[in-house]
Ligand binder design. Structure first.
Ligand code: SIN
Length: 316
């Protein structure tokens, strides 16, 4: 059998493979974006942007977590970014032939979001706009996706302002009633073409026993959890929205650090799979390693292409 074909499509765009960075990792500055473009990732996304530049939360605001057999991260970055114009300038010179570019938007108010969305619309670029409804780290700002009325209003306003396909990034949900409520809102919008599941598990607390203290400074130590700890939560959300939003593409994010994890996200219904903590820890070489591991696993199962198993999770 010849080597498995990892190529795939996102909204009819061809990709060499289903991997991309998770927004926030390796995507804040142009030099990082250019390195991502040259990496083995199939697509890439910019750091979630606000209307104007932000320094983000005070340091230390990211901690690598190691535990017995588990690896992960806790972050409370607070949306440090260069402001929306910086990323639109990058988007204007991005090589779309090489790989698709997602433009992540996380305005601090409805008006900020609409201003950024209008700027992206008027730039008329082949960029994929994604509305981040799930940043847990801005003090005093709730995650819009945990307030269904606010989420409904924001998605409705953005859909009518943008008038092109766009996506949303969701936080994890933990109850079928919440999967249903979120899906009902998303399914009402034809222009809402994809759903990225999940952002970090917000407001987790990690304690340093020796120092009897928190491990990051912002928000009294509460931050977004990523890595191994969140893989089953991410898979549940990918599969829950894959089942409930049959007309929408699902992008999986959370807990991916091996080819087997990529396979599991695809099996649960993801079309693309993002890498966050593992990219932060390992660097850009993670993409070729994950592609190799995915290909080896597919080969061992007799699969020659992703469509052979994508979304085909069996239940007992
Ligand atoms: C951050 O900058 O705090 C992370 C962004 C996010 O989780 O959406």
């Amino acid at each position: 059998m010849s080597a498995p074909d990892l190529s795939t499509e996102f909204l009819s765009l061809p990709l060499a493979n289903p991997l991309m960075n998770a927004s926030g990792v390796w995507c804040t500055r142009v030099a990082e974006l250019e390195a991502l473009l040259d990496s083995a990732a199939g697509a890439m996304v910019t750091k979630s942007c606000t209307l104007t530049r932000r320094d983000g939360n005070p340091e230390p605001r990211y901690r690598t977590l190691t535990g017995p057999g588990l690896a992960g991260s806790l972050n409370s970055m607070g949306l440090p970014n260069e402001g929306h114009g910086y990323y639109l300038d990058y988007a204007a010179q991005h090589d779309y032939e090489q790989k698709p570019l997602f433009f992540s938007v996380s305005g601090l108010t409805l008006d900020d979001n609409l201003t950024i969305v209008a700027a992206a619309r008027d730039a008329v670029l082949p960029v994929q706009l994604e509305l981040n409804l799930s940043c847990p780290n801005v003090p005093g700002k709730a995650q819009p996706a945990y307030d269904f009325a606010a989420m409904d209003e924001l998605v409705t306003e953005v859909a009518s302002a943008y008038r092109r396909p766009f996506g949303v990034k969701l936080p994890p949900y933990f109850d079928f009633a919440h999967f249903d409520a979120a899906a009902e809102i998303l399914n009402r919008h034809d222009h809402l073409a994809w759903v990225t599941c999940i952002n970090s598990v917000g407001n987790a607390l990690v304690i340093d026993t020796a120092n009897e203290s928190t491990v990051i400074r912002p928000k009294d130590g509460f931050g977004g959890l990523g890595g191994d700890y969140v893989l089953p939560i991410a898979l549940a959300n990918v599969n829950a929205f894959h089942r409930r939003c049959p007309g929408k593409v699902i992008i999986g994010c959370g807990g991916v650090r091996s080819g087997e994890h990529v396979f599991q996200h695809l099996l649960a219904g993801a079309t693309l799979v993002q890498v966050g903590t593992a990219l932060y820890e390992e660097g850009l070489g993670v993409f070729s390693r994950l592609n190799r591991e995915l290909a080896r696993l597919m080969e061992s199962k007799g699969y020659s292409r992703i469509a052979d198993f994508q979304g085909a999770l069996r239940t007992l």
